[in-house]
Write a protein that binds this ligand. Structure first.
Ligand SMILES: [Zn+2]
Length: 1033
């Protein structure tokens, strides 16, 4: 294996010259070369900033020399664009969607398996030889498989998990059409499922084979047989019912084929269930450095004993390699996904608030790290050594305490900052803008009252709802009423400000027609306490729909709306959040005016990235202004056609706001989803005017950040606001050696303003291990976190790189990570064996889901706006949300036990797991589908829908009827549980088997081949295996 091949780092994860085809749009993101910022735009240079009191170090730890701050830092040593020995060039006649193109047969090795590495692998190998010839060489035509393997398969299974092999089902000769799940035929006859089942796959196939101990041995088939389906849309569509991309013989009659048993390849459901079985329901204490937490899908109770809860920070690996050479060799991203305001269940301890009075938090003089469990007290307690920079500091007199016999302070357990991973400090005036306490934040509601919104009832709906939801404005612990102030603006091509001062009998409207330079026409009476002005506000909300009932105005502005909200907050000298309810492309003459520039012709070209970039340069500086003034923008979009989400969504994205989108909104169908989102958004835990700094111990540092953030320099992560659902993903790079003794320590500090206007610091500390053994690194990985990182880095890269390149990088890096493991950590075995480290068993299937996501792979039915929308959502997702988004939950409903409150066990997302006698619920965090098999049990149909049969079910409904029977109650309860804790209200779609909308549903069966490209899991595994073999050769 060429070591050279492992040197490369993903070129899109940082701004490297010569890689992007065009300059990155947001060059300041993590790119040290873009540090310029106009004076006055910066957040107050408080203790988080460069001008911290008592120390002038801009970096998280002391400088080691100029190289550390150089443009390329520690990660400049690899060649900027080191390509792995990749697949042959794409055939121009058949453009490949996927990065892996079909290879000629001769290019594959023809291994003979003599390995004893695991019989299981060998058997799988044989199994594959026999079975995986679909659409390619029929038996006897391809290169022969390993004889020993074949023998092993024929003989009695010696596998420790014989259930995995299911030899009986292997030899079924399904027609080729069945081999690819929903591959080609949009509406297959039921025989595809019933007769062509490759595996046993009973309707309720939730029972998966037992876990594989240690390594997972995947199929060790000779690669000649495999078709790494290029998923060419054209080719695929020309074979209705056939295997796409296959050789010519596919056109002939179906030949008896055998297929790799999907149960033999690692199952995400199995991994999730195993973790639940071993760690679910338990107490997880964070007392040990580098320990790997339970998966995000496992429910347990977390007890902070010195490291931040995994609810706040998760890492791609909990053991960092000691050297950058090792890191480059393994190519495993070193990253943390930080969700500083994560919701903590009621049975876990909320964060303690530490108040040191006027002196403020105790901090290292040198690196400015905050007092935490990583500080080592010495000299009888008079001094302490910083765990981050090793500087020895004097203990301030007020903070002195004697040490016990093991050198620990006597008050160790009395002080949260000495014994806990997470806690808060009351910030002193040094940490406030202009050294004065902040005013409480404000919420401004801004409603698009153009013709269509009035006509379809949306404006009335919003106004009605606000009357209720304003009662629930968030408040701090003991507060009786919320300190938040509220304000109201309506707009079409002009802006209407409302004076709702409590002393007025009726609200007053002031119109601003000059939208080129918005000013705020009133200060007094615009932002008010809801409690005090309640009657005037209700009066206003009653009047708004009437006021504009006769308006024919269709044109809207958008940037001036944000500008107006920001100016109002600025004038009131407070941070806040804008809630904008908007429907159309802003075509009125004004700054930020947009035109319809959607262009499907750009898809699959190098210019596709343009579709994700904003079309004017108005929104980026506007976002920067908003962040500088603590103005967060949340946007509720109700588009009926293209509205240019890439442009409209930019300010919400960069200000830590949320983007909600309701296509073709209809009040009678979609109100519930929207109202749930609105309520949830108004009530959720949020911090304003925030600035985050991630400090690290010596030897590594944070180099890149992904999320709803803005960066004016390389270290300060600025957020107009950050709520409980937003995560920032941080990538780390070495700049020196790490030591196994001291480990790798991370401290994340977020300075923010609470909803009541208190300035606070929220601190999260996490200690990771370090090792000079690659095996330790692989053992400590978390695939869900890896996918979160890969998704965000790839989705950031779509702004300036061709999607094809990004997909190639993802595939190559996956192969590299696994090849490095294979070469350095696995016991020797035949090249034909695919060996996956236990912690990355499901990396290929999740990676394939990411590659097939519509952001990275266009599909005809997905609009440009939808792609931009999904891209934006993922950028701020935490690990639990990205896990669900890329690998949806699919649960059988027809088997549910109405007496039990436990959810029916999830099954794998593949059509082969469905049955026409069944009803299945699928959820991915944005959408929920209830799929009804044509032979669904009538009593269930009756129970759920209150209609006599399948044919009577109305698929237009978006809410299930509330019926009193157990089926209805249990199903709605299950849906409620799945919805819980998710940031977006999921839209319910009823899908009948073999009806047109099923095509949409099918795209979520992510283990299957996509209708318009995107490999099946099996095909992708073959592709990755091929790449690994090439690397190892
Ligand atoms: Zn320090």
């Amino acid at each position: 294996m060429s070591q050279q091949g492992y040197v490369a780092t993903p070129p899109y994860s940082q701004s490297q010259p010569g890689i992007g085809l065009s300059p990155p749009h947001y060059g300041h993101y993590g790119d040290p070369s873009h540090t310029g910022s106009p004076p006055g735009m910066m957040k107050p240079a408080g203790p988080l900033g460069a001008a911290a009191p008592g120390g002038m170090l801009p970096q998280g730890h002391p400088p080691h020399g100029p190289h550390q701050f150089g443009q390329n830092g520690a990660h400049a040593q690899g060649p900027p664009l080191q390509r792995f020995p990749g697949p042959p060039p794409v055939n121009s006649a058949a453009p490949s969607y996927a990065p892996y193109s079909p290879s000629t047969q001769s290019s594959y090795p023809s291994p003979v398996s003599t390995s004893s590495v695991a019989q299981l692998g060998t058997q799988l190998s044989a199994m594959h030889v026999d079975s995986y010839g679909s659409g390619m060489a029929p038996p006897g035509q391809g290169p022969p498989g390993p004889p020993s393997a074949a023998a092993a398969f024929q003989g009695p299974s010696r596998s420790p998990q014989p259930t995995i092999l299911q030899p009986g089902s292997q030899v079924l000769p399904p027609p080729p059409t069945a081999l690819n799940g929903p591959g080609a035929s949009p509406l297959p006859p039921s025989t595809h499922r019933q007769d062509g089942l490759p595996g046993p796959a009973p309707p309720n196939a939730q029972y998966q084979p037992p876990p594989l101990p240690g390594q997972t041995l995947g199929p060790g088939y000779p690669l000649q047989q495999a078709n790494y389906g290029p998923q060419m849309a054209g080719a695929q569509l020309s074979y209705p019912g056939g295997f796409p991309g296959g050789p010519a013989q596919m056109a002939g009659p179906p030949q008896p084929q055998k297929k790799l048993d999907p149960d033999s390849i690692p199952s995400p459901i199995q991994v999730i269930e195993n973790d639940r079985a071993t760690r679910g329901g338990q107490v997880y204490t964070t007392n040990t450095r580098g320990q790997i937490p339970p998966l995000v899908t496992t429910d347990c109770t977390i007890q902070d004993q010195g490291n931040a809860s995994p609810r706040y920070i998760r890492c791609t690996t909990y053991c960092f390699p000691c050297t950058s050479d090792m890191a480059k060799q393994a190519q495993i991203p070193l990253a943390a996904i930080i969700k500083p305001f994560a919701t903590i269940p009621s049975n876990e301890t909320p964060l303690y608030l530490v108040n040191h009075g006027e002196t403020g938090p105790v901090r290292c003089n040198r690196c400015k790290a905050y007092m935490c469990p990583f500080m080592q007290f010495i000299e009888g307690g008079r001094r302490y050594q910083c765990g981050f920079c090793s500087c020895v500091n004097d203990v301030p007199p007020f903070y002195f305490q004697h040490l016990d016999h093991i050198g620990r302070r006597l008050d160790h357990y009395e002080k949260p900052e000495l014994s806990l991973g997470s806690y808060e400090y009351v910030a002193t005036l040094d940490y406030c803008r202009k050294n004065k306490p902040p005013n409480p934040p404000a919420f401004i509601f801004m409603i698009d009252v153009s013709y269509s919104n009035i006509k379809n009832g949306l404006v009335k709906l919003i106004c009605e709802e606000l009357k209720t939801v304003l009662e629930k404005l968030p408040k701090e612990g003991q507060e009786e009423t919320s300190s938040l102030r509220v304000g109201f603006i309506t707009y079409n091509k002009v802006l209407h400000f409302f004076n709702v001062k409590s002393t007025l009998a009726r609200p007053q409207m002031m119109v601003v027609t000059d939208v080129s330079e918005v000013f705020v026409p009133l200060l007094d009476g615009f932002l008010v306490s809801y409690q005090e002005s309640q009657s005037v506000i209700h009066n206003l909300l009653d009047q708004i729909p009437e006021m504009f009932a006769d308006s024919n105005e269709n044109e809207t502005v958008f940037a001036p709306v944000i500008q107006a909200g920001m100016e109002a907050l600025k004038a009131a000298d407070c941070p806040g959040k804008l809630f904008i309810f908007h429907s159309s492309l802003p075509t009125a003459e004004a700054p930020g005016k947009l035109k319809n520039r959607d262009d499907k012709k750009l898809i699959n070209t190098d210019k596709e990235k343009i579709l994700f970039q904003p079309q004017t340069n108005v929104y980026d500086p506007l976002a920067k202004d908003c962040v500088a003034h603590g103005c967060c923008v949340t946007l509720f979009l109700f588009p009926s056609q293209y509205v240019d989400v890439a442009s409209l969504g930019l300010v919400p994205q960069l200000t830590g706001g949320t983007l909600y989108k309701y296509n073709n909104f209809q009040v009678h169908l979609d109100s519930q989803q929207f109202l749930n989102d609105l309520r949830n958004d108004i009530e959720k835990k949020i911090g304003f005017d925030a600035i985050m700094r991630v400090r690290t111990s010596t030897g590594f540092r944070a180099t890149d950040f992904f999320g709803g953030i803005y960066m004016n320099n390389t270290t300060d992560v600025e957020m107009a606001a950050i709520d409980c659902d937003k995560a920032v993903t941080v990538e780390f790079k070495h700049d020196d050696k790490l030591s196994e003794d001291s480990g790798a320590l991370i401290q994340c500090a977020v300075l923010y303003t609470t909803v009541s206007g208190q300035r606070r610091l929220r601190i999260h500390n996490l200690g990771l291990n370090c090792s000079s053994q690659l095996a330790d690194l692989y053992k400590s990985c978390e695939t869900d976190a890896l996918i979160n990182f890969f998704a965000k880095s790839a989705f950031k890269a779509v702004l300036h790189q061709p999607l094809k390149v990004i997909r190639e990088i993802l595939v190559n890096q996956t192969a590299h990570m696994l090849a490095c493991y294979r070469k350095n950590c696995a016991s020797p075995s035949a090249a034909s064996q695919l060996i996956l480290p236990d912690s990355m068993k499901v990396l290929p299937v999740y990676m394939n889901c990411l590659l097939k996501n519509c952001v990275l792979l266009s599909r005809p039915e997905i609009s440009t706006d939808e792609r931009a929308y999904q891209r934006q959502l993922v950028m701020t997702m935490g690990v639990a949300d990205s896990q669900l988004f890329f690998y949806p939950q699919l649960r059988p409903i027809h088997t549910l036990d109405v007496k039990s409150t436990t959810l029916p066990a999830a099954i794998r997302c593949s059509e082969s797991r469905l049955s026409e006698e069944g009803i299945f619920l699928l959820a991915n965090g944005l959408n929920m589908f209830l799929w009804l098999g044509v032979s669904s049990p009538p009593e269930l149909i009756q129970g759920i829908f209150n209609v006599p049969s399948f044919a009577h079910v109305n698929t237009d409904i978006t809410l299930l009827p509330e019926l009193g029977n157990p089926y209805s109650q249990t199903l709605r309860m299950i849906m409620g549980i799945i919805q819980q804790k998710r940031p977006y209200s999921m839209k319910l779609t009823i899908v009948k088997q073999r009806e047109q909308p099923e095509m949409v549903f099918r795209q979520f069966l992510v283990e299957d081949k996509g209708l318009y490209g995107g490999s099946s899991y099996v095909d992708f595994l073959c592709c990755v295996h091929k790449e690994i073999c090439q690397l190892l050769n």
